[in-house]
Design a protein around this ligand. Structure first.
Ligand SMILES: [Zn+2]
Length: 62
């Protein structure tokens, strides 16, 4: 998963869990990118993209 912000082209993105949806956001400008699937979330995990849970806490790696 090669991802870049569609506004500022930053590659620093993060995932935020919002209810049953998972939003992909830019860490630089905060722009929402897209909703990602369960499969893409797994890809984000192995690519060490930060994942915020619903309490705005970063998920710990297992
Ligand atoms: Zn951006």
């Amino acid at each position: 998963m090669k991802m870049k912000c569609n506004k500022c082209n930053s590659e620093k993105l993060f995932v935020k869990i919002e209810g049953s949806r998972r939003g992909l956001y830019c860490s630089e400008c905060g722009k929402w990118q897209k909703w990602i699937t369960k499969e893409e979330l797994r890809v984000a995990e192995v690519n060490e993209i930060p994942i915020l849970n619903q309490n705005n806490k970063f998920r710990r790696k297992n």
